[in-house]
Write a protein that binds this ligand. Structure first.
Ligand code: DQA
Length: 150
């Protein structure tokens, strides 16, 4: 397995399974991790799957991916809508980025319609629940097969 991708999860995603299941589904973050790793294996990609409730921890993980990962799949959760620091870290690391959300953020409250992360992302997958992570890994594999940045 030659390449590794960082799959980074933001605040409150550690609570998946019990957190507003009518919005986020019943899959736990462990379930999603297993499905994401399997999707990575199928694409020949190792998955470094992480979660942080802390904005600075996410910035550090993104900085750390520079040099060790070929791309980043990110569900920045609530920081999607607020964090210029996470956007700047994504832009600085120069890696391809796929943004993922469990819920369809455009169908929800207006404050969720804006994403800072999107400015750094090749594309966004949202509204497909846990399956979105599998789709995001497949999208990342396509981007990498095309040579990196889309
Ligand atoms: C989320 C959507 C965000 O608006 C929310 O703050 C989350 C999860 C999603 O995966 O649907 O925590 O990123």
């Amino acid at each position: 397995m030659s390449r590794s991708i960082l799959v980074l999860n933001g605040p409150n995603l550690n609570l998946l399974g019990t957190r507003e299941p009518e919005i986020y589904g019943r899959a736990t973050l462990e379930d999603i991790k297993a499905a994401t790793e399997a999707a990575g294996r199928a694409q020949g990609l190792a998955v470094d799957f992480r979660q942080s409730n802390d904005e600075g921890g996410m910035v550090s993980a993104i900085q750390g991916a520079r040099g060790s990962a070929a791309g980043i799949v990110i569900n920045a959760a609530a920081y999607t809508h607020t964090s210029v620091a996470i956007l700047d870290a994504l832009l600085a690391c120069g890696l391809p980025v796929v943004e993922v959300h469990l819920s369809n953020i455009y169908k929800r409250e207006e404050f969720r319609h804006h994403s800072y992360v999107s400015r750094a992302a090749t594309g966004v997958i949202c509204g497909f629940g846990a399956k979105g992570y599998v789709l995001a890994v497949e999208a990342m594999a396509d981007i990498l097969a095309r040579g990196g940045k889309a």
